[in-house]
Design a protein around this ligand. Structure first.
Ligand code: PMP
Length: 402
């Protein structure tokens, strides 16, 4: 390896330092299914760090669909959707997603990340504009880098800032505003009706990433546009199958011409192999369940309300969340790592979110609910978090839990 590269690699010490202190929180191998309890190093751990909001990743009907797909189609498609890698169940899934999101057509990719890479890089050129909320997901930001377009960031959910930044852009340029429907770390919801009104005023197109919204908000879990009753006013919806839909893959939904355009321009679709048969079939089975069994979403919200109340009663700072993603602010990187590691020792899995993902005074534990958690599990986790916060000296808690 070349000396300059060796030097670059040697200069990266953060992970080694965290390991030496015994607080390294990433790549923790799980020895069981992604359920409300998982097994790590042979020990039972309560899972409060999962995106399986509806708790469907170990559902017997979905597993059966995956097994059957492997029997029928084998384990992989060995090619891109564009060429030899399109199966009939890919097309069936596209039709189902179009209907679910209320759009004319949909296109599925192998991951949600690839969807945003493809969508953000396909529409605009050098003299056009991509306008992003500062808290948008990394895949949206990374997609803009493939576009050669000008990228404008506005303050999180700040509609005056969005309007001000759009108002100075040339009328003839293409302008695409992209937002997370539910923000992935903070758990708040994009102000979609206002964004649409501003987009109309300045001639912009709106993309909403519903990765965390599908199965969570909207009529039967149809997402953010449905939640606000503006289904027909959002131009483009993107999303993933790796969260509520219990699988792997992603989609973009829009009018038929836009989808046809993307089919022939999105390089992360064209130059990458298609979703595995098992992933496509399990997503279809998850959709069946979401569409016919509303109790999963109801349970998710029952648990979310219960956890929100409990955390707030205990005096935790959970920001402005409006979803099953509850940020528990620590506001210090080192303490966030320490708390995460102590919690795992005590049998609770949560995710640390630290700078540069968020500003260091906004570092947090990302605590997320599943439909299948019990109140007892939530109580146990909150009690342990309170104890560990005291131990580490996180001060936001009320006097009475000291
Ligand atoms: N968008 C958002 C808002 C996300 O949070 C994520 C994943 N965390 C993605 C896109 C990417 O989805 P996938 O996991 O399917 O690549």
């Amino acid at each position: 390896m070349s000396k300059p590269l060796q030097a670059r690699i040697a200069a990266y010490t953060a992970a080694k330092e965290a390991r030496a202190q015994g607080i390294y929180p990433y790549f923790r191998p799980i020895e069981s299914a992604q359920d409300t309890e998982v097994v790590i190093q042979g020990k039972r751990v309560l899972m409060f760090g999962s995106n399986s909001y509806l708790g469907l990743t170990n559902h017997p009907k979905i597993k059966e669909a995956a097994h059957k797909a492997v029997e029928k189609y084998g384990t992989g498609c060995a090619g891109s959707r564009f060429l030899n890698g399109t199966l009939d169940i890919h097309v069936e899934l596209e039709d189902r997603i179009a209907a679910f999101t209320g759009k004319q057509a949909a296109l599925i990719f192998s991951t949600g990340f690839q969807v945003n890479l493809g969508v953000m890089s396909s529409f605009t050129g050098r003299n056009d504009y991509l306008i992003l909320d500062e808290y948008d997901h990394a895949s949206i930001y990374d997609g803009t880098r493939l576009s050669f377009s000008r990228v404008i960031k506005y303050a999180h959910n700040d509609m005056a800032d969005l309007a001000r930044r759009l108002s100075v852009l040339p009328e003839e340029s293409i302008k695409v505003i992209a937002v997370d429907g539910i923000f992935s770390m903070e758990g708040d919801i994009a102000k979609l009706p206002e964004i649409i009104a501003i987009a109309d005023q300045f001639g912009a197109t709106v993309v909403v990433d519903d990765a965390h919204s599908l199965g969570v908000i909207g009529v039967k879990g149809a997402g953010t546009a449905s939640h606000f009753g503006v289904d027909d006013k959002v131009d483009i919806i993107t999303g993933t199958f790796s969260k509520s839909l219990a699988s792997l893959g992603g989609f973009v939904a829009s009018d038929a011409d836009t989808i046809d355009y993307l089919k022939h321009h999105a390089r992360s679709l064209i130059f990458s192999a298609s979703m595995t048969p098992a992933s496509a079939a399990s997503t279809l089975a998850a959709l069946d369940i979401i569409e016919t069994e509303p109790e999963h979403m109801e349970n998710l919200w029952r648990n979310t309300r219960y956890a929100m109340n409990l955390l707030q009663e205990e005096g935790f700072d959970i920001g402005a969340t409006e979803s099953p993603i509850l940020p528990i602010y620590v506001r210090d990187n080192a303490k966030t790592f320490a708390v995460t590691s102590l919690l795992q020792q005590q049998g609770v899995f949560v995710n640390p979110v630290v700078s540069p993902a968020v500003p260091s005074d906004a570092s947090l534990l990302r605590f997320s609910l599943m439909a299948t958690h019990t109140f007892g599990q939530i109580e146990e986790a909150v009690e342990k978090i309170a104890r560990v916060f005291r131990q580490v000296g996180v001060l936001e808690l009320k006097e009475r839990i000291k």
